[in-house]
Write a protein that binds this ligand. Structure first.
Ligand code: GDP
Ligand code: MG
Length: 171
């Protein structure tokens, strides 16, 4: 099997949307309820994607960074997961500004991106419709996943990260 170069992925989104929970779900297939929300961590991971071993470095941002710090993370990354919480409309409204900043930092490059609506298990408290997420993703020309870090039956979390790796390697 061919060994491929490392891809650097950064996870963005408002504090509390479940970035850390999603990253840990992807890495360990487990859900852990509480993380220090101010913590920023990087992880290394290898996955077999389309019969190729892909090495990833994943930056789990805190979501409370100032613009300079955000820009630094954006310069570092090759691909980006933007996460919102389907029960928090404000977190959805932060997606477009994050995308604009990304475009600006990476210009003139096309930015590999996936949009994730997390906490899909909390459908009773939903504030953002699935169609709204789909529409925004279509506008940003990126893949869209609704998922749940705590009830990830269909494996949508891994699918989102794998699709992002594919997207990075296509560019
Ligand atoms: P971060 O600040 O974006 O890293 O968010 P965390 O991963 O720390 O999660 C914030 C809170 O949301 C924690 O209390 C998590 O237990 C909870 N949480 C994260 N993902 C989910 C999910 O998919 N469903 C539910 N119900 N809670 C979640
Ligand atoms: Mg976190």
């Amino acid at each position: 099997m061919a060994k491929s170069p490392e891809v650097k992925l950064a996870v963005f989104g408002r504090a509390g949307v479940g970035k850390s929970a999603l990253v840990v779900r992807f890495l360990t297939r487990r859900f852990i309820w509480e993380y220090d929300p101010t913590l920023e961590s990087t992880y290394r991971h290898q996955a077999n994607i389309d019969d190729e071993v892909v090495s990833m470095e994943i930056l789990d941002t805190a979501g409370q960074e100032d613009v300079q710090q955000k820009e630094g993370h954006m310069r570092w990354g090759d691909g980006f997961v933007i996460v919102y919480d389907i029960t928090d409309r404000g977190s959805f409204e932060e997606v477009a500004p994050l995308r604009s900043l990304l475009e600006e930092v990476k210009k003139p490059k096309n930015v590999p991106l996936v949009l994730v609506g997390n906490k899909a298990d909390l459908d009773h408290a939903r504030q953002v419709g699935t169609e709204e997420g789909e529409r925004l993703a279509a506008e940003m020309a990126c893949a869209f996943y609704e998922c749940s870090a705590c009830a990830d039956e269909g494996g949508a979390v891994a699918e989102a990260f794998h699709e992002l790796c594919r997207e990075v390697r296509r560019r």
